[in-house]
Design a protein around this ligand. Structure first.
Ligand code: HEC
Ligand code: HEC
Length: 318
């Protein structure tokens, strides 16, 4: 693996034909949402993804569940249908699923609640409540309306090449000022919308942003998402603006907890990755079952970690 060239953008990495095909597979026709009770649930589920804070935020009109004013669609863009933005079109089919972070099989509802609790700093939605049932119905509709058998896992996010050097928060700081600050602000707190219901530009750190233990808090994961999505006004589907190295450096800066505050987990009882040998390579909290430090797990170089595990016949999670 080597560093991709630093000149220009990475647009050539995903060919237009490839991304057009991917886009087509997950393009959802919302006029096809059926009538009746099921259709009503699908519609409300979609609304909840788009306007989470309005319905179930700290001042939500239908309940107070999420602890910040971010919407699911801020990350799962276009209500979970955009390619390379942690697309959710396959999710209904892919769960229940074994999750290393919890060390057990999770239902889709439990996985949804992970996002309600972690990036959205909330309390879990009741499993039999209208909101959970509607989000599930919406994800079922997404899965039924696309040819899920053909929707490859790769549509969830773009890959980034992992360089032989560690990602640098200091280089990322300079890149953040150039590419991100005009929307997400110098202090990372984003910009509230005029009506104070939700954000125009969501926060990327600070006490109202996603918390440690969210997948976005892992440097490689965030870099993959940034490559497919940011800067907002310069990145098209399958046409990244940032190089892989830039995405990693910016992710290192955004997720640098020595420079920025983030919310603390609500309970100290939470044990992520109970089986230490299943930790994602960029998860930054020990103990580890390999000889690498927290610093190296967080920022890389990741290749020696991957080589270590592959040497034991194990394909590590990234
Ligand atoms: C700050 C960003 C962020 C927000 C906000 C967010 N999520 Fe997530 N979500 C993630 C990340 C990152 C993952 C893990 C993606 C991966 O590992 O491929 C994820 C995973 C998921 C999954 C599992 C997908 C799969 O197929 O494995 C579901 C379902 C989900 N989120 C639903 C939601 C819902 C519903 C909301 C709103 C209540 C929400 N998320 C809010 C970042 C976010
Ligand atoms: C032109 C304004 C703009 C610029 C520039 C921009 N963003 Fe964003 N960003 C947005 C918007 C708007 C969203 C919400 C997207 C949505 O809801 O579809 C977002 C969402 C995000 C999210 C996910 C939600 C959250 O807050 O956790 C992250 C992380 C993020 N941006 C980081 C960055 C980084 C890093 C850069 C620089 C490389 C950047 N953005 C540049 C407007 C911008």
């Amino acid at each position: 693996m080597q560093l991709t060239s630093c000149s220009g953008s990475n647009a050539e990495e995903t060919t237009n034909a490839e991304s057009a095909a991917a886009e087509k597979l997950v393009s959802i026709d919302t006029t096809k949402i059926p009538g009746g009770k099921y259709g009503a649930a699908v519609r409300y589920g979609r609304e909840l993804m788009l306007h989470t804070a309005y319905y179930i935020g700290p001042e939500g009109i239908n309940g107070h569940y999420t602890g910040n004013k971010m919407n699911c669609t801020n990350c799962h863009r276009d209500a979970g249908t955009r390619p390379y933005a942690f697309n959710l079109v396959r999710s209904f089919k892919d769960y229940p699923q074994y999750r290393a972070r919890e060390g057990r099989i999770l239902s889709l509802a439990e996985r949804i609640n992970n996002c309600v609790m972690r990036p959205n700093l909330g309390k879990p939605l009741p499993l039999d409540g209208k909101e959970m049932i509607s989000i599930m119905a919406y994800l079922k509709f997404l899965s039924d309306s696309s040819n899920v058998a053909q929707v490859k896992k790769g549509i969830k996010n773009l890959e980034v090449e992992l360089p032989d050097v560690a990602a640098s928060s200091d280089r990322g700081e300079v890149l953040y000022a150039q590419n991100c600050e005009r929307c997400h602000a110098k202090n990372g707190e984003g910009k509230m919308r005029f009506d104070n219901v939700t954000y125009e530009y969501p926060p990327v750190w600070g006490l109202l942003a996603y918390r440690p233990g969210s997948s976005m808090h892992r440097v490689v994961k965030l870099a993959q998402w940034l490559k497919g999505n940011m800067p907002y006004d310069k990145t098209e589907v399958g046409k990244p603006f940032l190089t892989d190295a830039q995405a990693l450096d910016i992710a290192a800066y955004v997720n640098d907890d020595k420079k920025h505050k983030r919310p603390l987990p609500k309970t100290t009882k939470e044990v992520d990755y109970p089986n230490y040998d299943e930790k994602a390579i960029d998860y930054d909290k020990g103990p580890f079952k390999d000889p690498f430090t927290e610093q190296q797990h967080k920022y890389g170089p990741y290749k020696p970690i991957i080589d270590f595990w592959e040497g034991k016949g194990i394909t590590p999670t990234i």
